[in-house]
Write a protein that binds this ligand. Sequence first.
Ligand code: HEC
Length: 164
Amino acid sequence: MTHHEKSGLGASRPRISTGHNPLRRDTAINGLIACAVAAALFAAGASFTPGAALAQTAAATTASPVKGDPLRGKILYQGCESCHSIDDNDVGPKHRGVVGRRAGSIADYAYSPALKNSGLTWDEATLDRWLINPSALVPGTKMFFRIDDPQKRADIIAYLKEQK
Ligand code: HEC
């Protein structure tokens, strides 16, 4: 019995499990590591975006090397349809014939002065830059919508090319 009582004095175990504290420290340290990783990812992301924009600017004279698929583009275009349609002005101007057309040239759509006076013509290269970041290409535009994935941009542009 005394042995039992002694092992019952394994009440020293609960005391060891006062080692709750080390556990809590671990959790706190994991939290710190998670924060550090998040910060590192954020920093990497922040420096990545301008890099990508610069690369695109450098390649701006030629179209994106990525080949677009108009069928995928048709599905992706649904993301544009909260503001655009092919044949009607909405929040944004109608898109039929947009490839090859002067930017800001739909007569009955109220463009921002910035886009209207941009002097751009929409082709694969300008549309690619537009979809990367409209405000970078045309500061003052009222379109705020970006497609980060080069393949998706190419697909959407391939679809728009077919809407003559
Ligand atoms: C949240 C609303 C919104 C979404 C979503 C949107 N746009 Fe726009 N878009 C606009 C607005 C507003 C304008 C007019 C910009 C201006 O006048 O400065 C515009 C203009 C344009 C123009 C210029 C057309 C012209 O006649 O000069 C193109 C091209 C364009 N959008 C393509 C797209 C594509 C492709 C998508 C989807 C990937 C898309 N937009 C998604 C609001 C949007």
